[in-house]
Each structure stands twice: as C-alpha cells, then as structure tokens.
Design a protein around this ligand. Structure first.
Ligand SMILES: [Zn+2]
Length: 87
C-alpha cells in the first residue's frame, strides 16, 4: 500500500465525504460520477480541491473496500434525508 492510500483514510470521512458531496451523491457505473467534478461552480471550486478529489476518486475506483463502506454509509444517510424531505 503506498502512502497516498493510507493518507485518504487518515482523514476518514473527511476526504471521501468531500468527494461524495462534490459529486452531489450521483453515481455512474456503480462509482461516484467523476464527471461532476468538471461541472463544479466557481464557488464550489473555492471549497473543493478538485485535483485531490480526482486522486481520491481514482483511489476509490480501484476498489478500496474501506472507501466503499464510507460511501455506502454516506449514501444511506442521504437516502434517509431524502425520505424525510419527501414525507
Ligand atoms: Zn480507500
């Protein structure tokens, strides 16, 4: 495992959470939709480090189970929020 991989997990929710938010929770082919990173507004570009998010995305896309778990729980939480809003 190279240093970058553990780096993503040191900040656990942090980085993967940012990636999830930057992609707006949209999935494509079972992965977060990385194309969303190219559609961010100027304001969002101030908040997110897109170059780093793309590194994180590449890492999650390599099939890291720790990241998959984080993303799955984020998606579940979001689904619950959605359910509440629609009630
Ligand atoms: Zn990971």
């Amino acid at each position: 495992m190279n240093q970058n991989d553990t780096d993503f997990h040191d900040s656990e929710a942090g980085d993967v959470f940012d990636l999830y938010n930057a992609c707006n929770g949209v999935f494509h082919d079972g992965r977060l939709d990385v194309r969303k990173l190219d559609e961010l507004s100027e304001e969002e570009l101030q908040i997110f480090n897109v170059a780093r998010l793309k590194q994180i995305w590449a890492h999650t896309a390599s099939g890291c189970s720790a990241c998959e778990n984080i993303i799955a729980s984020l998606d579940q939480a979001r689904g619950m929020v959605r359910a509440k809003v629609s009630v």
